[in-house]
Design a protein around this ligand. Structure first.
Ligand code: SF4
Ligand code: SF4
Length: 430
């Protein structure tokens, strides 16, 4: 099969400190959970329980444009707030685990969805707190609503593009819960009113992509939505919206089909849609990759939302020595974890801790003019030049999408992507 990619820049990203592509382990249930009352997009959530209340597993505890649920049963013991590394004020409810589990270990009832209208499917997703679990953390109902308002032709792209070793948890989810991801895609297609589903897989995952295609055919039984498998490159940042769209437009041209506008969703979001619609279950846990040079036993874990990051590292055997840098996400685009009591969020797909030698990567020196940053920029920018301009010229949008390639390859460790992104405004970067 032909492999579609973007024309220039990028690089093959490998990191031996990320956990291996293996199966996941289910993490211990946390004795203390910290459930934030804020969405990633800044939207506040109104708590519907108070300190001292008893909550059940999966019970609604916060109401907002996306609802928030207790991920373990127990008692609300505190309401806390802190500032994260981005100076964002976060409020949260702290739950001490206790009592019986309503869902864990129980036989799950499967609800039909075919006869439910797209409007009602979106409402169910919202009720059960489904958000975009990759990147933005936006409310899924809002995203789908904005994509289904027009009459234009559109496609749902299921993004299984693994161009970053820290996406290994998503890969494992696709392997272990393929039915949930595939059926979640079909439900999302109906919710958004799309005309085609495209399974976009990195070319090394052809077998997994073919399994998705086969499974979806079994469910649709020749139904009205055409489904295609498109193989993409695996050079970073292939999964970025811009680079993925370039690859898909080449596919569209070659196959002489029309994809229209693209709604791109990842496997964690689609599995959450399945859980909400088929199992009537809110997002209780997620797959995350835990590793880095400071972690004793890197692994892929299925962790309850609200588990403290410190507990997650402890379950990986703790640290081999004091870490210099702890963050969530990929080292390319991660967010510093200022306090180990910060919780795993719906959007946390990885957590890493680095020792001095790995974190030395972040000690900046002077530019040596090697030109590596220009070579890897997929947009064709000159990151060195833009970096020099910061603080001298008035901020503008240079078209940088914050992929982080320039920063990673810079031998002088200059924070190119970070500085360019913040200079041109956070809204233009992931
Ligand atoms: S300048 Fe922006 S788009 Fe170009 S490599 Fe750096 S982060 Fe990526
Ligand atoms: S990669 Fe770093 S050292 Fe090389 S030209 Fe770019 S900014 Fe300078």
């Amino acid at each position: 099969m032909k492999v579609y990619s973007f024309p220039r820049g990028g690089f093959s990203y490998e990191d031996h400190t990320a956990p291996r592509r293996d199966s996941s382990v289910v993490a211990y249930l946390p004795t203390i959970s910290v459930i934030p009352l804020v969405h990633n997009d800044g939207g506040r959530v109104q708590p519907v329980v108070s300190v001292g209340d008893t909550v059940k597993e999966g019970m609604l505890i916060g109401w907002g444009h996306t609802n928030v649920h207790a991920t373990v049963p127990g008692k609300v013991i505190r309401r806390v707030s802190w500032k994260n590394a981005c100076e964002q004020e976060i409020e949260a409810l702290v739950i001490r685990m206790g009592g019986t589990f309503e869902k864990l270990g129980k036989k799950e009832e499967i609800f039909p969805w075919e006869g439910i209208s797209s409007h009602d499917l979106r409402r169910i997703a919202s009720d059960y707190g489904v958000v975009e679990m990759e990147g933005s953390g936006r409310s899924l109902a809002d995203m789908l609503f904005s994509k289904s308002g027009g009459k234009d032709h559109r496609s749902l792209v299921v993004r299984c593009v693994f161009d970053d070793p820290w996406l290994v948890a998503d890969y494992t989810l696709c392997k272990e819960r393929s039915t949930a991801v595939v059926e979640g895609s079909l439900v999302a297609a109906k919710m958004a009113g799309v005309h085609r589903i495209v399974f976009a897989f990195s070319h090394k995952e052809l077998a997994l992509g073919e399994r998705f295609l086969q499974d979806s055919a079994g469910i649709l039984e020749g139904g009205p939505i055409p489904v295609s498998l498109v193989l993409t490159g695996s050079r970073y940042p292939q999964r970025n919206y811009r680079e993925l769209e370039i690859a898909l437009r080449s596919y569209e041209k070659r196959e002489m089909i029309s994809l229209g506008s693209l709604l791109i969703l990842g496997p964690a979001t689609l599995a959450a849609i399945y859980d909400a619609v088929r199992l009537r279950k809110p997002i209780l846990d997620r797959y995350i990759a835990v590793g880095g040079s400071a972690v004793k036993n890197p692994q892929i874990m299925r962790v309850r939302i609200g588990t403290r990051i410190g507990d997650v590292f402890a379950e990986c055997g703790g640290f081999v020595a004091k870490p210099r840098r702890i963050a969530s996400g990929s080292p390319l685009q991660g967010r510093i974890v200022a306090d180990l009591d910060e919780p795993v969020l719906k959007t946390t797909y990885a957590a890493f801790a680095m020792l001095d030698n790995q974190a030395d990567f972040f000690n900046k020196q002077n530019c040596i003019g090697c030109g590596e940053c220009r070579m890897v920029c997929p947009v064709g920018l000159d990151p060195e030049e833009l970096y020099k301009k910061i603080g001298h010229d008035s901020p503008e949008n240079w078209g940088c999408h914050g992929c982080g390639c320039c920063e990673l390859v810079c031998p002088s460790r200059l924070p190119l992507a970070t500085a360019i992104c913040s200079a041109q405004g956070a809204s233009s970067c992931p």
